[in-house]
Design a protein around this ligand. Structure first.
Ligand SMILES: [Zn+2]
Length: 113
């Protein structure tokens, strides 16, 4: 399961941060998961719950931001929002699209104590 590996990566990152910064508990983990990133927020939350057990991230709340997919339409010469990676332009229906955002997956912030 893709999300389980991601959750493991997040917990590892938190442990590294804890070692570097000296915090002992994580209250909230703020994540950015783009709509085009192929990560299911619910599966990620479930995986995080499982892999964080027994670590300093156990019981931390996950707050997930879900920015929409963004693309630049070469025909319209403007930025548009897309729901899927290969969707046509919502304005002109064309496919000359360059994906510009919405496929990121990163930890934005940790709230620690
Ligand atoms: Zn267009």
């Amino acid at each position: 399961m893709h999300e389980l590996a991601l959750s493991q990566g997040i917990v590892t990152m938190i442990e590294e941060q804890a070692a570097a910064q000296g915090f002992t508990r994580v209250r909230t983990v703020r994540l950015v998961i783009g709509a085009l990133s192929h990560v299911e927020p619910e599966a990620l939350a479930f995986g995080f719950d499982a892999v964080s057990r027994g670590t300093l991230a156990e019981g931390a709340a996950l707050e997930i931001e879900r920015p929409p997919g963004q693309a630049w339409c070469l025909a319209c010469e403007r930025a548009v929002e897309v729901a899927e990676r290969f969707d046509p332009c919502p304005t002109c229906g064309g496919h000359q699209m360059v994906l510009t955002g919405g496929d990121e997956m990163r930890v934005k912030e940790l709230e620690v104590e």
